[in-house]
Design a protein around this ligand. Structure first.
Ligand code: SF4
Ligand code: SF4
Ligand code: SF4
Length: 468
């Protein structure tokens, strides 16, 4: 079980920015002996003190077979029906299941929302708004109870989850499964009562979508939103944690970068610190309406083929760690722009070199408010969007309904398995790079003859759109 332990409030004090160096001025140096920081007090253990660095030592039998621990086999569904993939890399062997088991379930409590963001897919669909029936949710939890491979439940889809009247009961039931729980919210409804209830229900992670760090920019993007109110609410959540002597949930910020808010990034760290956020996720915008088309920041980079064919015309640029000063970054940005081939960590381990779908590789299923199951957030609904300049119609891919079927039965349907296999191998043509025929107008077919849904145009698979 993933129970939250009450903590000593002193443990929650954020480290914050490094204090001014002891002895940073001559006078101080003359009068104080600098004894260095005690890193252990600051929570940084010596390597030898760490219980585990995540690396397992696997015994090998005399005839060369690997002996995997039973718990590991159970967690990753390593059974007679599955296969392991092994890849030789410069640094050793990487191993992973050929068919990742069901590990994460996204649940969309509702498609209703109290905001009208410019960036929202709800501007480009005609679906009706609704709330997941609590009976459907309870059945889903009961069906997930014995899924040993399940690691996480995320309350996230299209819509504001805190609007669901049963959201606290939902979080509690998910938490009781002993898996990590996560919720993505615009934060407007996170008042004092909601904050207390969320904490007591055991939520592990709360991601607040904040696309601006000034009231004006925020209100311009998140129409109907009040930046001050949201920040006040998130600070209230910290206060509630202190009152209840609890450390959950960890708070993170999601920020969708675009032309009109990119200048706010230098201030984002300050906002994140103020809100007690321990991580920041930057994503790009996927335009759903004409007026958002010019907002994108990836006209060139989306086309960078992940399978880097380096050549004298387009040499691969391998970047070292470097201080992120604008005076250093500008020349690097120029170099990357001219060569078009930065080596950035798009993916290291996938079997295919073309695209890497995070949903499929982490073993996800997404359940909409109607109970319909899709492989990812992108295929849950019918909508229109713009992939670079091209308008595209997305037809949803629904593989079953949890109100009528067990999620494990849906997961094991042959056509769903075949689709996941296709995405893992990323056997799709590179429509993002090509965009040259009518097939690219929708996700229904492609020039390889793949059936619906086709993923060659998917911006998630190119890590242009990033999800929590
Ligand atoms: S908060 Fe989310 S669901 Fe609501 S309008 Fe904005 S983007 Fe859409
Ligand atoms: S590649 Fe894109 S559309 Fe296809 S399953 Fe993954 S996220 Fe969904
Ligand atoms: S389906 Fe059309 S747009 Fe996509 S790669 Fe093939 S020819 Fe190009």
């Amino acid at each position: 079980m993933n129970k939250q332990e009450p903590i000593n409030n002193k443990q929650r004090l954020p480290l914050g920015p490094p204090p001014p160096e002891a002895g940073c001025c001559g006078e101080t140096r003359a009068t104080h002996k600098f004894i260095g920081r005690d890193w252990r007090i600051m929570g940084i253990p010596r390597k030898a003190d760490s219980a585990s660095d995540g690396v397992l030592h696997i015994p090998i039998t005399p005839n060369g077979d690997l002996r995997l621990p039973e718990a590991l086999k159970e967690r990753w569904a390593i059974t007679g029906d599955n296969e392991l993939l092994l890849k030789e890399t410069r640094e050793g062997l990487m191993i992973w299941p050929a068919a990742p088991p069901l590990a994460k379930v996204y649940i969309e409590p509702t498609t209703a929302c109290n905001y009208h963001c410019r960036t929202c897919v709800r501007n480009a669909w005609e679906e009706k708004t609704g709330f997941m029936a609590f009976e459907t949710f309870k059945k889903l939890m009961a069906d997930l109870e014995n899924v040993k491979t399940l690691k996480e439940i995320a309350f996230w889809g299209i819509g504001e989850p805190l609007l669901h009247p049963d959201i606290i009961r939902m979080i509690k039931l998910a938490h009781d499964l002993g898996v990590k729980t996560e919720l993505i919210t615009n934060g407007a409804l996170l008042d004092k009562d909601m904050a207390h209830n969320i904490i007591l229900a055991g939520l592990d992670t709360l991601v607040a979508s904040v696309d601006g760090v000034s009231s004006d920019t925020y209100a311009e993007i998140r129409c109907g939103g009040d930046f001050d109110k949201v920040t006040e609410n998130i600070i209230g959540l910290q206060r509630a944690q202190w009152e209840l002597n609890r450390s959950n949930p960890e708070v993170g910020i999601e920020f969708v970068i675009m032309q009109r808010n990119i200048d706010q990034l230098p201030k984002l760290w300050q906002t994140a610190f103020y809100l007690g956020a321990s991580f920041i996720i930057l994503s790009n915008v996927l335009p759903y309406t004409e007026d958002m088309k010019e907002e994108i920041l990836y006209k060139q980079s989306a086309r960078m083929d992940n399978d880097i064919h380096r050549s004298m015309w387009s040499p691969e640029v391998i970047l070292p760690r470097i201080d992120m000063h604008s005076e250093y970054m500008a020349p690097i940005a120029d170099l990357i722009y001219l060569t078009g081939r930065p080596k950035i960590g798009l993916k290291e381990h996938a079997a295919s070199d073309e695209g890497h779908c995070p949903f499929i590789w982490q073993g996800s299923a997404a359940v909409s408010w109607t109970g319909d199951v899709s492989p990812c957030i992108a295929l849950m609904h019918a909508y229109r969007c713009f992939v670079l300049e091209r308008e595209k119609v997305i037809k949803p891919y629904l593989t079953g309904n949890v109100a009528r079927e067990k999620i494990t039965d849906i997961w094991n349907k042959e056509d769903f398995k075949a689709f996941r296999n296709r995405v893992r191998n990323f056997d799709f043509p590179p429509c993002i790079d090509c965009g040259g025929c009518d097939f690219a107008d929708s996700n229904e077919e492609d020039c390889f003859g793949n059936p619906h849904p086709v993923c060659g145009d998917c911006l998630w698979a190119r890590r242009v759109i990033v999800c929590p």
